[in-house]
Design a protein. Structure first.
Length: 272
């Protein structure tokens, strides 16, 4: 949200850092659209299901990734890449790394001063009043993972993206089978996050239904109890990892990233 594939201060910087730490590594920074401007706009306006399909086609067409790749998703990109892993098993994801992802959705307005984009205030207002209107779901990215705990049934019925990839609409067994192919699923939460509401979503936690004060953990959720995505199996086999950082959203040092992500999950691997 508000970023692009090649920003030298953000994703472009991370790409250079990985290339420095792993000489000769192939890094593909995904761009949604033909230009940088389109890539930024599509972080706000585009059906996420179409974005996932677009990325699947990019990955499948890249010969450098034919034997598999590691996937890193930043913020909303994390749940989008999880959808790629669930829907597009070829080429296979080896390690799936979620950095500040919102896997149970959000129910809170972002701080638009943080994103500094002209569309942010508009989207905040639309989410407040019309998140589950069909045209909003089809057009606004953030509405597609907006999860209202006060309107759980409406969320499950209207959500075009998140409720589907979390198997809350129809139990798609392919989603579980494909996610279980991942070697490690790494969930990184920011302990002082003021941008993602609630921050518990970064570890698959969320508000308990019907209120906005108490939370459930992943292990207490129906998603885990019924093992709808295989997360319980992954945790029991030691392949579901929970990491945390003392900082606000996406705030981490180069040293932390290298020690906890690059050296543990990316060294001597292809990366996307």
């Amino acid at each position: 949200m508000g970023d692009c594939c090649c920003n030298p201060l953000s994703l472009g910087y991370v790409q250079k850092l990985i290339e420095k730490e792993i000489p000769g590594v192939y890094v593909k920074s995904l761009k949604i659209g033909n230009t940088i401007v389109e890539d930024i706009e599509h972080g706000y306006f585009m059906n996420v299901n179409l974005q996932v399909k677009y990325v699947c086609e990019q990955l499948k067409a890249d010969p450098n990734l034919s034997t598999g790749y590691n996937a890193i998703g930043f913020s909303q990109g994390a749940q989008f890449l999880r959808a790629v892993a669930q829907r597009c098993p070829v080429p296979p994801v080896q390690n799936l790394i979620s950095i500040g992802g919102q896997h149970q959705g959000i129910f809170g307005l972002p701080d638009c001063n943080y994103f500094k984009q002209k569309w942010c205030s508009y989207i905040s207002k639309v989410l407040t009043y019309a998140a589950y209107e069909k045209w909003v779901q089809d057009e606004l990215v953030q509405a597609q993972y907006w999860h209202d705990p006060l309107k759980e049934e409406k969320y499950r019925n209207a959500s075009m993206f998140l409720a589907d990839i979390n198997n809350e609409k129809v139990n798609n067994t392919n989603y579980k089978e494909n996610l279980l192919r991942v070697k490690n699923f790494v969930l990184i939460k920011f302990n002082n996050d003021t941008i993602v509401v609630p921050k518990e979503t970064e570890w698959f936690g969320f508000y308990k239904p019907g209120q906005i004060t108490e939370f459930y953990t992943l292990q207490e959720s129906e998603l885990y109890q019924n093992d709808l995505l295989g997360l319980r199996q992954m945790e029991e086999s030691g392949r579901l990892k929970f990491l945390s950082v003392n900082g606000n959203h996406l705030q981490f040092t180069d040293e932390w990233f290298v020690d906890n992500v690059v050296k543990k999950y990316l060294q001597n691997k292809l990366l996307t």
